[in-house]
Design a protein around this ligand. Structure first.
Ligand code: HEM
Length: 514
């Protein structure tokens, strides 16, 4: 061997030994899971580039059981979300991505900062506040002017609702001339490609090794994509600050009933160590508007799609709406109440079933802050055929939680778990009750101290819009039966039409007045 070759060969052997050692040391080594499909990307592209959101979760659940190298198992989900407290915060890449968009708001921050912010934001979601917001939902849902691309109309309706409720702001998203802020929100996710390019997956994969200071400058990178995002973020930040200020003035004069007004009022009564700064207040405005419309609109997309396939289910909902209207009129009123909505049994079952089958926030990532043991509710088979009842976790381990996978586990949802069937929620089965999540044993809103603060709000919004639409219109799948593709341009699963994905998010439905 020539001298020139000795160094690379020795280095190669040393690296191989080191890698084997590292591999042997991983406590997850004995778990089964998909083989790495790329030396560079590992399994990252399997998820990022899958044909439809959830394909891989379903496949791996079938092949490896409820946990694949520590993914999606009830024991683990309960442990991490409901009991783990702040031991499993959001990982650096996720926190940074959200922070880039919303600033240091409730969705982005971790640990004590999160506890302090949640304490101040929580009162804005009380039942009394929801009661106030219900009439806004009814008024906005009754506005006409929708198009056949249901996604567009739902997205704009949800934005108008959330603007009024969060900060008494009229986005005008349903109008011909949407406001500057509406356009900024719409361009945040609406103009992203349906799947992230490989380069982005790789780039984001490297964020965990980058210092926070470097990450703060990513949004200034000179690409058309970051320029567009930065312009949208600047508008959101500028107008978000303005809205927070207006709410502050309204709240001190006792006039404000919007969410930020309530939050500002609660904040003013906090001591200096728990009070939110102006920057944090602005971040809550941007956060609530962003978290509260895209998720609701896409959940509704999929619910109306399922209903459009089933005229008989629409008829059942219409029957309930007719009975509700007579009841409300008999009271001498026009608007329904929270209790009225809670009593719509079939409609509520349809909402739950849609949230179950189409968890639009389909994955969450977390990072263990300390060594831990994850208990499994059901043992899984290890690579060498042993039954594994718990999984040791090392500090720093990334954990992927599959809301998608949990919501479709046959063990809890039955052998027809892959089918949309609201009846399952009308026949409660004790064996299927794992007591998970914020609502209906679903993981769609996550769970525990990081669970969705707006889940009840979302359920009301979805129900209000759905009944307003179904009361007056029949929904059908268009005659050319477009194939809906579940893609993920950002963190939220979004519908597209196969063959027309370049045209952007779309849920084409045929609508006929009744
Ligand atoms: C169908 C609609 C919705 C779905 C599926 C949904 C889902 C979720 C999920 C899965 C999380 C946990 C995220 C994580 O841990 O990274 C979350 C958090 C959150 N959601 Fe929602 N959400 C919806 C509607 C709303 C609405 C309407 C609002 C506000 C008006 C809202 C505000 C928030 C906030 C502020 C958080 C952060 C909570 C925290 O970290 O303490 N969401 N949501």
């Amino acid at each position: 061997m020539s001298n020139a070759l000795i160094l690379p060969v020795v280095l190669g052997v040393l690296i191989a030994i080191l890698l084997r050692r590292l591999k042997r040391r991983s406590p997850l080594e004995h778990l089964r899971g998909p083989p790495s499909s790329s030396v560079v990307y590992g399994n990252m592209l399997d998820i990022a580039q899958q044909d439809q959101v959830g394909d891989m979760d379903t496949k791996w659940n079938r092949e490896y059981g409820g946990a694949w190298r520590i993914k999606n198992c009830l024991g683990a989900l309960q442990h991490i979300c409901q009991k783990g407290g702040y031991d499993y915060p959001k990982d650096k890449t996720l926190s940074q991505t959200i922070q880039m968009i919303t600033g240091p708001g409730l969705v982005a921050v971790n640990g004590n900062t999160h506890a302090r912010q949640r304490n101040v934001v929580h009162p804005a979601f009380s039942n009394a506040r929801l009661r106030d917001h219900l009439s806004t939902f009814q008024a906005v849902a009754a506005k006409d002017g929708f198009t056949v691309n249901m996604h567009n109309w739902l997205h704009r309706t949800a934005l108008d609702m959330i603007g009024q409720v969060v900060s008494d702001f009229d986005f005008g998203a349903l109008d011909d001339e949407p406001s500057e802020l509406a356009r900024a929100y719409q361009s945040t996710f609406g103009e992203l490609p349906p799947r992230p390019p490989n380069s982005e997956v790789l780039f984001k994969g490297a964020w965990k090794w980058m210092p926070a200071m470097v990450l703060d400058f990513i949004k200034y990178m000179p690409s058309p994509e970051t320029k567009r995002l930065r312009e949208a973020l600047d508008v959101m930040e500028r107008l978000g600050a303005q809205l927070a200020k207006q709410s502050l003035v309204a709240s001190t004069s006792g006039k404000s009933r919007d969410m930020i007004g309530v939050l500002v009022g609660v904040n003013s009564r906090q001591g200096p160590s728990s009070r939110l700064s102006d920057k944090e207040l602005t971040a809550q405005t941007v956060t609530l508007i962003l978290a509260g419309h895209e998720t609701t609109a896409t959940s509704l997309d999929f619910m109306l799609w399922e209903l459009a396939k089933r005229p008989e289910c629409q008829a059942k909902i219409r029957e309930e709406i007719a009975a509700l209207r007579s009841k409300v009129l008999a009271r001498g009123k026009i608007e329904y109440t929270l209790e009225d909505l809670d009593n719509l049994r079939y409609t509520t079952a349809a909402v739950k079933e849609s949230l179950r089958l189409h968890a639009v926030v389909y994955h969450l990532t977390r990072e263990a802050t300390k060594d831990d043991i994850l208990p499994l509710s059901e043992p899984i088979l290890s690579r060498d055929g042993q039954l594994v009842h718990s999984i040791p976790i090392k500090a720093g381990q990334l954990v992927l939680l599959s809301q998608w996978g949990f919501n479709r586990l046959p063990k809890y949802w039955g052998s027809d778990a892959e089918t949309w069937n609201p009846e399952r929620f009308l026949q409660p089965d004790a064996n299927r009750d794992p007591s998970m999540g914020m609502y209906a044993n679903l993981m769609s809103f996550s769970a525990g101290i990081r669970g969705c603060i707006g889940w009840r709000f979302a359920v009301l919004q979805i129900t209000s819009i759905a009944i307003q639409l179904l009361e007056d219109f029949e929904l059908r799948i268009p005659p050319d039966t477009p194939e809906i593709v579940r893609a993920a341009p950002g963190p939220i699963m979004t519908p597209y039409v196969r063959g027309k994905m370049h045209e952007g998010p779309c849920m084409p439905l045929q609508i006929s007045p009744l």
